[in-house]
Ligand binder design. Structure first.
Ligand code: PEP
Length: 245
Protein backbone atom coordinates (compact mmCIF):
# COMPACT_ATOMS: atom_id res chain seq x y z
CA UNK A 1 0.00 0.00 0.00
CA UNK A 2 1.20 3.55 -0.74
CA UNK A 3 2.25 5.73 2.19
CA UNK A 4 -0.15 8.56 3.05
CA UNK A 5 1.20 12.09 3.52
CA UNK A 6 -1.26 14.57 5.03
CA UNK A 7 -0.53 18.30 5.14
CA UNK A 8 -2.10 20.18 8.04
CA UNK A 9 -1.97 23.81 7.02
CA UNK A 10 -3.48 24.96 10.33
CA UNK A 11 -4.57 28.64 10.27
CA UNK A 12 -2.14 29.62 7.53
CA UNK A 13 -2.08 30.83 3.91
CA UNK A 14 -3.78 33.42 1.73
CA UNK A 15 -5.51 32.89 -1.62
CA UNK A 16 -2.22 33.75 -3.34
CA UNK A 17 -0.27 31.30 -1.16
CA UNK A 18 -2.73 28.50 -1.98
CA UNK A 19 -2.42 29.20 -5.71
CA UNK A 20 1.39 29.27 -5.53
CA UNK A 21 1.47 25.99 -3.58
CA UNK A 22 -0.61 24.07 -6.12
CA UNK A 23 1.15 25.65 -9.09
CA UNK A 24 4.34 23.93 -7.91
CA UNK A 25 2.87 20.86 -6.24
CA UNK A 26 0.67 19.77 -9.16
CA UNK A 27 3.66 19.83 -11.52
CA UNK A 28 5.94 17.80 -9.26
CA UNK A 29 3.56 15.26 -7.73
CA UNK A 30 3.95 11.79 -9.23
CA UNK A 31 1.67 9.83 -6.88
CA UNK A 32 4.43 7.82 -5.27
CA UNK A 33 2.37 8.26 -2.12
CA UNK A 34 -1.15 9.52 -1.41
CA UNK A 35 -1.29 13.27 -0.69
CA UNK A 36 -4.07 14.89 1.32
CA UNK A 37 -4.34 18.57 2.33
CA UNK A 38 -6.27 19.93 5.32
CA UNK A 39 -6.72 23.68 4.79
CA UNK A 40 -8.62 26.29 6.75
CA UNK A 41 -12.36 25.87 6.20
CA UNK A 42 -12.63 29.17 4.36
CA UNK A 43 -10.10 27.99 1.76
CA UNK A 44 -11.68 24.60 1.17
CA UNK A 45 -13.49 25.44 -2.12
CA UNK A 46 -10.34 27.11 -3.41
CA UNK A 47 -8.20 24.07 -2.61
CA UNK A 48 -10.81 21.85 -4.27
CA UNK A 49 -10.53 23.99 -7.39
CA UNK A 50 -6.72 24.23 -7.45
CA UNK A 51 -5.72 20.64 -6.65
CA UNK A 52 -5.67 17.78 -9.13
CA UNK A 53 -7.95 14.78 -8.66
CA UNK A 54 -5.15 12.68 -7.19
CA UNK A 55 -4.82 14.99 -4.17
CA UNK A 56 -7.60 14.83 -1.59
CA UNK A 57 -8.88 17.80 0.39
CA UNK A 58 -10.30 17.93 3.89
CA UNK A 59 -10.44 20.00 7.07
CA UNK A 60 -8.88 20.18 10.52
CA UNK A 61 -12.08 19.98 12.57
CA UNK A 62 -15.83 19.60 12.25
CA UNK A 63 -18.91 19.60 14.45
CA UNK A 64 -20.50 16.58 16.05
CA UNK A 65 -23.80 17.89 14.63
CA UNK A 66 -24.77 17.70 10.96
CA UNK A 67 -26.83 20.92 10.80
CA UNK A 68 -28.80 23.39 12.89
CA UNK A 69 -28.34 26.27 15.30
CA UNK A 70 -24.61 25.93 16.02
CA UNK A 71 -23.23 29.34 15.08
CA UNK A 72 -19.70 29.26 13.73
CA UNK A 73 -19.40 25.48 13.52
CA UNK A 74 -18.38 23.40 10.49
CA UNK A 75 -20.92 20.81 9.40
CA UNK A 76 -19.46 17.43 8.42
CA UNK A 77 -22.43 16.99 6.09
CA UNK A 78 -21.64 20.29 4.34
CA UNK A 79 -17.98 19.27 4.08
CA UNK A 80 -18.90 15.97 2.41
CA UNK A 81 -21.42 17.78 0.19
CA UNK A 82 -18.59 20.06 -0.99
CA UNK A 83 -16.61 16.92 -1.95
CA UNK A 84 -14.51 16.91 1.23
CA UNK A 85 -12.77 13.59 1.70
CA UNK A 86 -11.60 13.66 5.29
CA UNK A 87 -11.36 15.52 8.57
CA UNK A 88 -8.62 15.62 11.22
CA UNK A 89 -10.12 15.18 14.69
CA UNK A 90 -8.44 15.45 18.09
CA UNK A 91 -5.35 17.37 17.04
CA UNK A 92 -3.46 18.35 20.20
CA UNK A 93 -4.04 22.05 19.46
CA UNK A 94 -7.79 21.38 19.48
CA UNK A 95 -7.43 19.46 22.74
CA UNK A 96 -5.21 22.16 24.30
CA UNK A 97 -6.91 25.38 23.17
CA UNK A 98 -10.51 24.34 22.53
CA UNK A 99 -11.16 21.90 25.35
CA UNK A 100 -11.68 18.83 23.18
CA UNK A 101 -11.41 15.52 25.00
CA UNK A 102 -11.32 11.96 23.76
CA UNK A 103 -14.88 11.56 25.06
CA UNK A 104 -16.22 14.60 23.22
CA UNK A 105 -14.27 13.55 20.12
CA UNK A 106 -16.05 10.19 20.17
CA UNK A 107 -19.25 11.96 19.06
CA UNK A 108 -17.45 13.93 16.34
CA UNK A 109 -15.84 10.78 14.97
CA UNK A 110 -19.20 8.98 14.89
CA UNK A 111 -20.94 11.79 12.98
CA UNK A 112 -18.07 12.29 10.53
CA UNK A 113 -17.94 8.58 9.68
CA UNK A 114 -21.73 8.49 9.31
CA UNK A 115 -21.60 11.42 6.90
CA UNK A 116 -19.09 9.59 4.71
CA UNK A 117 -15.87 11.35 5.68
CA UNK A 118 -12.61 9.60 6.48
CA UNK A 119 -11.36 10.52 9.96
CA UNK A 120 -7.76 11.06 11.03
CA UNK A 121 -7.95 10.65 14.80
CA UNK A 122 -4.93 12.16 16.60
CA UNK A 123 -3.49 10.83 19.82
CA UNK A 124 -0.29 11.65 21.66
CA UNK A 125 1.36 12.40 24.98
CA UNK A 126 2.88 15.57 26.43
CA UNK A 127 6.49 15.63 27.61
CA UNK A 128 5.64 15.32 31.34
CA UNK A 129 3.40 12.34 30.49
CA UNK A 130 6.25 10.68 28.56
CA UNK A 131 8.75 11.40 31.31
CA UNK A 132 6.41 9.89 33.88
CA UNK A 133 6.29 6.70 31.79
CA UNK A 134 2.59 7.10 30.93
CA UNK A 135 2.84 7.24 27.15
CA UNK A 136 1.38 3.85 26.28
CA UNK A 137 -1.40 3.88 28.86
CA UNK A 138 -2.41 7.41 27.85
CA UNK A 139 -2.56 6.45 24.17
CA UNK A 140 -4.65 3.43 25.13
CA UNK A 141 -7.13 5.67 26.96
CA UNK A 142 -7.32 8.11 24.05
CA UNK A 143 -7.99 5.28 21.63
CA UNK A 144 -10.51 3.49 23.86
CA UNK A 145 -12.49 6.65 24.50
CA UNK A 146 -12.39 8.07 21.00
CA UNK A 147 -13.08 4.78 19.23
CA UNK A 148 -15.62 3.34 21.64
CA UNK A 149 -18.66 2.06 19.73
CA UNK A 150 -17.59 3.26 16.27
CA UNK A 151 -19.34 0.55 14.29
CA UNK A 152 -18.91 2.38 10.97
CA UNK A 153 -15.10 2.33 11.08
CA UNK A 154 -13.30 0.52 8.26
CA UNK A 155 -9.71 0.17 7.07
CA UNK A 156 -10.38 2.99 4.59
CA UNK A 157 -12.25 5.56 6.68
CA UNK A 158 -10.40 5.38 10.00
CA UNK A 159 -6.81 6.57 10.23
CA UNK A 160 -4.87 7.08 13.45
CA UNK A 161 -2.19 9.75 13.80
CA UNK A 162 0.34 9.39 16.60
CA UNK A 163 1.58 12.88 17.38
CA UNK A 164 3.72 13.30 20.49
CA UNK A 165 2.71 16.79 21.65
CA UNK A 166 6.33 17.65 22.54
CA UNK A 167 7.34 17.09 18.90
CA UNK A 168 4.68 19.25 17.22
CA UNK A 169 6.07 22.45 15.77
CA UNK A 170 9.10 22.24 18.06
CA UNK A 171 11.70 20.83 15.69
CA UNK A 172 12.05 17.83 18.05
CA UNK A 173 11.14 14.57 16.37
CA UNK A 174 10.53 11.28 18.11
CA UNK A 175 13.36 8.97 17.08
CA UNK A 176 12.24 6.32 14.59
CA UNK A 177 12.54 3.72 17.37
CA UNK A 178 10.46 5.81 19.82
CA UNK A 179 7.79 6.32 17.16
CA UNK A 180 7.79 2.65 16.14
CA UNK A 181 7.36 1.53 19.75
CA UNK A 182 4.14 3.54 20.06
CA UNK A 183 2.93 2.63 16.57
CA UNK A 184 3.41 -1.08 17.32
CA UNK A 185 1.34 -0.65 20.48
CA UNK A 186 -1.40 1.16 18.56
CA UNK A 187 -1.30 -1.58 15.89
CA UNK A 188 -1.82 -4.27 18.50
CA UNK A 189 -4.74 -2.37 20.02
CA UNK A 190 -6.32 -1.92 16.59
CA UNK A 191 -5.91 -5.61 15.80
CA UNK A 192 -7.63 -6.51 19.07
CA UNK A 193 -10.40 -4.01 18.52
CA UNK A 194 -10.94 -4.64 14.82
CA UNK A 195 -9.82 -8.21 14.08
CA UNK A 196 -10.97 -7.98 10.45
CA UNK A 197 -9.03 -4.83 9.51
CA UNK A 198 -6.85 -3.60 12.40
CA UNK A 199 -3.71 -4.80 10.66
CA UNK A 200 -4.57 -2.62 7.62
CA UNK A 201 -5.58 0.57 9.45
CA UNK A 202 -3.19 3.35 8.55
CA UNK A 203 -1.19 4.80 11.43
CA UNK A 204 0.51 8.13 10.64
CA UNK A 205 3.34 9.73 12.58
CA UNK A 206 3.28 13.48 13.18
CA UNK A 207 5.73 15.80 14.91
CA UNK A 208 8.35 17.84 13.05
CA UNK A 209 8.45 15.48 10.05
CA UNK A 210 10.84 17.02 7.52
CA UNK A 211 12.49 16.00 4.25
CA UNK A 212 15.64 15.03 6.15
CA UNK A 213 14.00 12.66 8.65
CA UNK A 214 11.06 11.28 6.67
CA UNK A 215 12.85 8.33 5.05
CA UNK A 216 13.94 6.82 8.36
CA UNK A 217 10.52 7.34 9.92
CA UNK A 218 8.66 5.81 6.98
CA UNK A 219 11.01 2.82 7.01
CA UNK A 220 9.52 1.71 10.35
CA UNK A 221 7.23 -1.30 10.11
CA UNK A 222 4.09 0.31 11.55
CA UNK A 223 4.45 3.86 10.21
CA UNK A 224 2.13 4.16 7.23
CA UNK A 225 2.65 7.85 6.53
CA UNK A 226 2.93 11.29 8.08
CA UNK A 227 0.74 14.09 9.39
CA UNK A 228 2.77 17.20 8.72
CA UNK A 229 2.37 20.81 9.83
CA UNK A 230 5.27 23.17 9.11
CA UNK A 231 6.87 21.21 6.27
CA UNK A 232 3.56 20.94 4.39
CA UNK A 233 3.32 24.70 3.87
CA UNK A 234 6.02 24.86 1.20
CA UNK A 235 5.22 22.88 -1.94
CA UNK A 236 8.85 21.88 -2.44
CA UNK A 237 9.13 20.43 1.07
CA UNK A 238 5.80 18.63 0.80
CA UNK A 239 6.84 17.21 -2.56
CA UNK A 240 10.05 15.94 -0.96
CA UNK A 241 8.00 14.27 1.78
CA UNK A 242 5.92 12.63 -0.94
CA UNK A 243 9.10 11.24 -2.55
CA UNK A 244 9.13 13.79 -5.40
CA UNK A 245 11.52 16.56 -6.43
C1 PEP B 1 0.87 18.90 13.15
O1 PEP B 1 0.42 20.02 13.22
O2 PEP B 1 0.09 17.94 13.09
C2 PEP B 1 2.33 18.74 13.13
C3 PEP B 1 2.81 17.53 13.24
O3 PEP B 1 3.09 19.88 13.01
P1 PEP B 1 4.67 19.94 12.68
O4 PEP B 1 4.91 19.02 11.52
O5 PEP B 1 4.93 21.36 12.35
O6 PEP B 1 5.39 19.47 13.90
Amino acid sequence: MKKLMVGNWKMNKTVKDCAEFFEIFNKGFTEKCEAWIASQAIHFPLVEELKTTSTKAGLQNCSEHVEGAYTGEISPRALRDMNGHFVILGHSERRQYFGETSRSLNAKIRTALKEGLAVIYCVGETLPEREAGHTLSLIEDQLHQGLNDQSLATAENLIIAYEPVWAIGTGKTASPAQAQEVHAHIRQMLKNKYPSFGDKTRILYGGSVKPDNVTELLAQKDIDGGLVGGASLKAKDFLALCGDK
